[in-house]
Design a protein around this ligand. Structure first.
Ligand code: HEM
Length: 63
């Protein structure tokens, strides 16, 4: 039910143009999307720091 993330790493912005596509912004979005864009349909994902780092590293490979 989420958007296509296939070319995520090639994009300048995420979350309907509301965030720059940087590792920090991506992490903030994944942990608590409602804080960034209230009312959107993505649930919070409270990941452990190591898991979050691994996920960001993976997402950055999606050119
Ligand atoms: C660790 C798991 C997840 C990751 C890495 C992730 C990643 C992302 C990213 C990067 C975006 C921004 C996409 C864009 O700009 O096009 C996004 C948006 C979104 N995600 Fe997730 N997501 C996760 C879990 C979920 C879950 C569990 C749901 C559904 C319950 C979900 C639903 C959505 C929706 C509906 C949006 C669009 C929000 C909007 O812009 O209004 N995501 N997700």
């Amino acid at each position: 039910m989420g958007p296509d993330l296939t070319h995520l790493a090639s994009r300048k912005m995420i979350a309907a143009e509301s965030l720059p596509n940087t590792p920090g912004a991506l992490a903030a979005w994944i942990i608590d999307p409602q804080r960034i864009k209230p009312g959107n349909k993505m649930a919070p994902n409270p990941l452990a720091p190591d898991d979050l780092q691994s996920l960001i590293t993976y997402l950055q490979t999606l050119q």
